[in-house]
Design a protein around this ligand. Sequence first.
Ligand code: MOS
Length: 715
Amino acid sequence: MSTTEAGGRAIGRRVSRLDGPDKVTGKARYAADVPAEGVAHAVIVPATIPHGRIVRVNAAAALASPGTVHVFTHENAPRLAPLGGPPAGQSFLPLQDDRVLHEGQPVAVAVADTLEHAMEAARLVEVAYERAPFETDLERQLDRRPGEGEALPIFGWPCDSRVGDIDAALAAGDDLVVVRQTYRTSDRHHNPMEPSATLAIWDGDTLTLHDAVQGVMAARALVAHALGLDPAKVRVRADYVGGGFGCKGWVWPHQLLAAMAARELARPVKLVLTRAQMYTSHGHQPASRQTITLAAARDGRLAAIRHASVGPGSFVGNHIEGAAIGTRSIYACPNIETSHRLLRLHRSEPTPMRAPLEGIGLAALEVAMDELACELGMDPLELRLRNYAEVDPADGKPFSSKKLRECYVEGARRFGWDRRTHAPRSMRDGNDLVGWGMATALFAAFRQRAKARVGIGRDGRVLIETSTQEIGTGARTILPQIAAEVLGVPVEHVALAWGDTTLPEAPMSAGSATTASVGSAVHDGAVKLRERLAAAGGTEPARYAAALERLGAERLAAEGVFDPPAESPSSLFSFGAVFAEVKVDEDLSLPRVSRVVGVYNAGRIINPKSAQSQMTGGVIWGIGQALLERSETDHRLGRFLSKNLAGYLVPVNADVPEIDVSFVEDDDTVANPIGARGIGELGAIGIGAAIVNAVYHATGVRVRDFPVRPEQLLT
Ligand code: MOS
């Protein structure tokens, strides 16, 4: 990327979060914090059965309760326009008929003058159901219907892929070492600190939504469609979002309910999901059953990879988890087959969750690779190096840039991998069995069309305007750094207006694509602005004011755009090598992660401080995936069992060891003008498998059903 001579001081600097002071002093305003005159509070009444029909809703007691304004049910709620093909996400419209398709589905909404009154009114709504048979158990469904399932496209990808001829390869090779195993990952729930919340305010026929959402533009499109509005009449704002991790990407029923209720009642309506409702009302990461076949020659070279994933879906959407997508591109192998199937259950709609796709799939594949290394008697790192993909095995395309080999080498050095003894149970620390495991990380580097306006005033202050969201990842800091770099001004002089559909259009904050996409639009706008200033004599920051004066302008702004082609001549991925140490108390079979080294290659790192935080956070997600997180379903009741943070385990500080993350940087200008590919979800990939592999190395027990629980280690 090009910089001015005066500039070049902002990118690569450990700039502290520019939104940090607002967050720690409580000034940061989240959707539910926005004041609104005459606001009414809405509380969802969730279905208590997983499948059936609503026979009767008795709202008499709720309506008689103090402060109740209204109770919406399927009998009195206005009709919404069917979503048909929604831009992304679930297609369920709330309160449109008497069908119940999953436990937790909104069956009524109580609105009252205070939150407490609304909660009480919701509690008093009586719903009578006619129950229907249901199925919530993926394993039972799979056993009953082996080989079945729907083949649906996964975002842009076909659900099946095939390179070469696996069966021929397997039949030909007598000398092949073959691993064939089935792995299971669990349902997991997003638990952002801020629950989903929407404040809907109508002004005449214009709607403003203050929404905890990862994509203001996507929310506007869907809400406008469902309510039959011109999108120009809908404004969605997200000042701050307290974490999303995927659950705030799509539009869910609560946003539509808030908007609809506010219109009907002609007053602002605020709807905040309860923590329990966060387990049924905005998606979760679906479990998976993944069957993997790996075949390699004695020298470790892969001859065949087959990865078939089946996952649960719902009856209210079409999300299918792309667990085997990464397998198509990770290792050099002439014969690779992948497939995905969906089995519908009477549960709420799953959705992407950090890290989707490779985060789930490599948890299985990278354990299979470890098993293969054991079968071959080969060091697991050596096996990866023997199968290093110089080009994308899926299509033969070159990678835009790939420094994974350097990651392996640097990671092994930092970890001290060469001191590992090969045999399981061969390393010890007092009463603890010690295990070392490793895995590869790979994540598709998404690029999205984005716009950003970059302007400057005579006081030298720069303003970036773009509709993108700050969901906690650091966009608020990184985007000003990019403009500061190009214009040669201090980053403190760059302000950002964001999270508002009235600003230039930016994509959803998802797929770790914001820096690459919106950052590139900011870069484009800043370069154009710099050129215009230079044309008027403003060739350096000290001359910008004079240039504006010469132009007779108080301010000058340029529209930046990033518009990547749908088809790229290159294959775009970010990479990493992850090494983990676990210690397992031999008496208690309790695995604890004691050390993690992750070395990542994701192009240019704009802000090493926020990047380090992102990767550290990702690794902590991986610890949850490997050892703790599992949303149990009560299959008799057809509901998630523990809809709270007491029954759903996430890592706490005591579970988190020293985490050493670093980057092998490169300037990936093939990917985009700023040379950065995106990192957030990359940190949550590979680490799960590295930990599970370390548990095997420590104990000699191979767990294929994640998370690893102590009882699985009792031998
Ligand atoms: Mo991320 S799971 O793409 O929000």
